[in-house]
Design a protein around this ligand. Sequence first.
Ligand SMILES: Nc1ncnc2c1ncn2[C@@H]1O[C@H](COP(=O)(O)OP(=O)(O)O)[C@@H](O)[C@H]1O
Ligand SMILES: [Mg+2]
Length: 372
Amino acid sequence: MSGNSLYSARDPVSTVPVEKTKDEGAPGEIQVENGIIVPEGWEQIFHFLRERRGGMVYVVGGADRGKTTFCRWLTSRLTEIGTTGFLDCDIGQSTLGPPATVGLALYSGSPEDPGATYFRFVGAVTPSGHMVQELVGALRLKEKAREEGASYIVADSPGWVVEPAAQEFHVRMIDLLQPDVVIGFERGPELEGILVNFRRHPRIRIFECATPAEVVERKRDWRKLYRFQRFSEYFSCAVPHARFLSGLGIHGRIPESFCDDAWRDLLIALCDPEMMVVALGLVDRLDLVTGTLSFRAPPHDAHRVATVHVGSIQVDLSNPPGRVSQGARPVSWRQSTLSEGEDQSPPARASPSPGARADREHHSPGRSGTGS
Ligand SMILES: Nc1ncnc2c1ncn2[C@@H]1O[C@H](COP(=O)(O)OP(=O)(O)O)[C@@H](O)[C@H]1O
Ligand SMILES: [Mg+2]
């Protein structure tokens, strides 16, 4: 998707924009740039990339390790010396687009506004069960960045790193994306199961960064609320649409049932012929008699839409996380996306608690959605 009809790039997590004002310390000292602690190792990575005159960086680490802050800082620095793409692969805590998307923002000359942004839809807020969609989306956006002349690409990644499926996910991301540099953010040897696979790689250089002490840890509820706010913001200008499906591709996690409950609030992506997101939508209804899909979406160019990608979550924007409402439908076969894995805790039990339909992944019986 070209243009800025989703979000412009920014760091909603840190309230501190990455800018150029610095407290220049003595050599070897930690520097502070607008409140962000910049360890010496970060500068070394920047100098390494500058010497290379280009390259792709893949940043990996658990939740709350300072990955995104580092990515924004590095993107900002690299933008000073060449066109740089920020590839946001963290579909749960996205900073470029709404959750469930992989995003690319291209910066030339100024870190303030991206010249262009592109999004691919994954359809879920965790790669678990959606690895193919995420891998393909990330690769296509890397190719797009190269086509658009990016010298540098900085890829942020999901904080889901501990369980074997998570390690396999990152190993395959690195294998597929073929970054020149992998940077691990860790508090201990927690990334070894991933990094060891590339220690003998003839070309990939690994840097390991200790998590800065200043990194603020957030609770799972904070992350759910953050996702809810991102979706709310994205759909704040949504208007009703109705589309005949005839002639359009439709694919993804199409519900096995045609009952209204299975479709209502389902997150979908309207995509162009290259499968870049034109707009996300929330389904109101599927009318099988007329073959019409009714949904809410921000205004967009309907002529560009070639396919509808059906996601795996239903997003009820009337129910913020934690609010208990009366009379919500019991949906016993749906599973909460609380079990997104980034917290490295056991998956949450399916919890069809009243008022918790927002941001919930649905899995019909017999359809494995965990991928692990
Ligand atoms: N180097 C740093 N200096 C100061 N604050 C930081 C630094 N790195 C991270 N933080 C703060 O810690 C929090 C989590 O950091 P974040 O980069 O979002 O982690 P992650 O992407 O690994 O989940 C944010 O509020 C951020 O502002
Ligand atoms: Mg992050």
